[in-house]
Design a protein around this ligand. Sequence first.
Ligand code: SF4
Ligand code: SF4
Length: 193
Amino acid sequence: MIVSRPQPGLLDRLYIRAILSGLRITLRHFFRRKVTMQYPEQRWAVPEGYRGAPALVRDQDGHTKCVSCQLCEFVCPPRAIRITPPGPDGPRADRPNAEKTPLEFEINMLRCIFCGLCEEVCPEEAIFLRDEYSLTSSRRADLVLGMDKLLEMGGVHHDRHLKWRRKQQEAEAQEEFPVQWPIPAPPAARRSD
Ligand code: SF4
Ligand code: SF4
């Protein structure tokens, strides 16, 4: 089958039609509301639940929440987290109901994929993905953030059981697998004698 191809006319060959079409679009946008943002002076208001860079948080008394359990380091897919535990002679936790605190805690933001697994597994609600989305530097070493910087980014987390409450709500929303909260105590073990 022979396909007939239309021959371009003079206006097409001189690009007059294309230029006029482009100018029409430009003119249309000229009178519309401007959406260009003067970044980085102006920043987006990120939506709630946005998963930006992970950071360590302090509790409502300003104490470090991380207890150096290393679960987040273990689960992190690109191995972006590096924790040095305190060891027997290292620093103790700065709060009464915890034993340990990391000697060093680093997150390599060049590796981090903002997956949120560290936040998911943390039993202490000590690490959260915050709304920071713009970490830039001209030196790679600057993007390996240490504990002080991570705590500064994370700030204070007043809502102590936010994560577990959210998980309860998610579980309640599932009809097939309802869970009870608080988890009821197990029945007393029967004596075998
Ligand atoms: S967000 Fe994901 S990739 Fe980033 S530190 Fe946490 S577990 Fe690792
Ligand atoms: S941030 Fe959470 S999971 Fe990671 S070491 Fe600290 S307490 Fe454990």
